[in-house]
Design a protein around this ligand. Structure first.
Ligand code: FAD
Length: 410
């Protein structure tokens, strides 16, 4: 609902709604169905999540098309494609960008929206660590940890399944029409229809116990055999087996995250999206959080008050309002993933009873998970934007028209 609010503010909700499986309606609607599946006999649906608008599930390509179709005409700004940032250097009033093709460019501001392997974040935190080295080696060591995202210990097998072929072999399979989360110990499977119901998106997760304490061994993304994926779910119920059997060519993604980044900005440089707060996928919130960053940062940078001279102050406001929320979502997503896989359970839930498919215990688990999801609709992102705007105005002392020193607490 938070992201949908931004899409509505941009006037994109109608076009996006046309791409969704069902036109979104602002009333409580069914979202994911929870089902226990890591046993040979048929499982049972144990909870139906209800959310405002329900699940608005879209194919990423459909969403990108709506976004690019609605960009202002290219005459309004310059775009350069196929450039790969290698590093940057900050001067007193600009940033010099170095690209892999040997070219460079000078900018007033750099917004690094360059994903989980962000070269912007790597440059920022190598630089901060180097500066700290001179006075505090421990601090420098800590800062260096943020150069790269770390593995969550979870792999995700991904595939798209033609709904027609799923139903041809398995008439009435509920994954064809219903967003599903199939629960099991150390593993879970998520599926939901996309592309107006023509395709089912499948993401099957496997967590290596204490894998998050290890470095990733092997490629982050790779094509794998269908057999590698199906073997992981041997002994699971028929509904999951039949779904996995429809997969043709799965790929395996190592899920990484960036926990507790101490700042999203340094001077004239800001991090946005996965570069700042890459998160496990368990709340389906990573892209939404990137959009929220853009919503706040874009409005801050478009304020008349913000000039080349004071832009780093505006970036600090962005950091002050977005970092607590973004970093909070990283932790919340991590914890939610543990719950789908019966790990790190709260004291009031008995793991042995979950293993035995106790309806009472599964319902307690479902309630706990739904509480984690509620952050997605309990408040709207304009709360942070209004706070950032107020802080900016206070800091720039709009009434007197003079810049105040940067707020001491930022
Ligand atoms: C299996 C899986 C399932 C997911 N499911 C969901 C979901 O259901 N809902 C959701 O909200 N999120 C989901 N996510 C998370 C979502 O994909 C990310 O959070 C989102 O894509 C982040 O957007 P971004 O723009 O920050 O980074 P990205 O989408 O990674 O984009 C970064 C861009 O920067 C470019 N780039 C990288 N390095 C450089 C460089 N050096 N110079 C120039 N350009 C560069 C890349 O080519 C890319 O175009 C999922 C992720 C995974 C792995």
């Amino acid at each position: 609902m938070r992201t949908w609010f931004i899409m509505q503010s941009l006037g994109l909700d109608t076009s996006l709604g046309e791409m969704a499986v069902q036109p979104p309606v602002n009333e409580p609607k069914p979202g994911f169905v929870f089902r226990k599946s890591d046993q040979a006999e048929s499982g049972h649906n144990f909870h139906q999540m209800i959310t405002p608008y329900g699940s608005i599930t879209l194919h990423r390509a459909d969403m990108l098309k709506v976004l690019t179709d609605n960009l202002p005409p290219f005459q309004a700004f310059q775009a350069h494609f196929s450039k790969r940032l290698v590093s940057y250097e900050q001067g007193s009033d600009s940033v010099m960008l170095q690209f892999s093709d040997g070219t460079s460019a000078e900018a007033d501001v750099l917004v690094g929206a360059d994903g989980v392997k962000s070269a912007t974040r790597a440059t920022m935190y190598r630089g901060l660590a180097k500066s700290a080295e001179e006075y505090d080696r421990n601090k420098a060591g800590n800062l260096r940890k943020f150069v790269q995202a770390s593995w969550t210990g979870t792999y995700a097998y991904r595939a798209l399944i033609e709904t027609e072929s799923l139903l041809r072999d398995n008439p009435g399979h509920q994954a064809a029409t219903t967003p599903m989360i199939y629960f099991g110990e150390n593993k879970h499977v998520v599926s939901y229809p996309i592309s107006r119901g023509r395709v089912v998106n499948l993401v099957a997760f496997v967590t290596i116990p204490v894998g998050d304490e290890r470095d990733l061994d092997g490629p982050a993304v790779t094509d794998v055999s269908k057999q590698e994926m199906t073997e992981q779910y041997k002994g699971w119920e028929p509904e999951v087996q039949t779904l996995l059997n429809c997969v043709d060519k799965p790929s395996r993604w190592a899920i990484s995250h960036m926990r507790g980044l101490p700042s999203y900005v340094d001077g004239r440089v800001a991090l946005l999206g996965d570069s700042a707060h890459a998160m496990a996928t368990h709340l389906g919130a990573g892209a939404g959080q990137a959009i929220e960053d853009g919503f706040v940062l874009g409005q801050l940078l478009s304020q008349r008050l913000v000039t080349r001279a004071n832009v780093s102050l505006a970036l600090r406001m962005y950091d002050a309002v977005r970092r607590p929320f973004g970093n909070g979502m990283v932790e919340r997503s991590r914890k939610t993933g543990f719950l789908y896989e019966f790990n790190e359970l709260p004291e009031f839930i008995d793991k042995h009873k979950l293993r035995d498919s106790s309806k009472v215990e599964l319902e307690k688990l479902a309630k706990d998970i739904c509480k984690k999801w509620e952050v997605q609709w309990s408040a709207l992102p304009d709360v942070e934007w209004k706070l950032a705007e107020k802080m900016l105005r206070d800091a720039l002392d709009v009434s007197s028209g003079h810049d105040k020193p940067i707020m001491a607490n930022l």
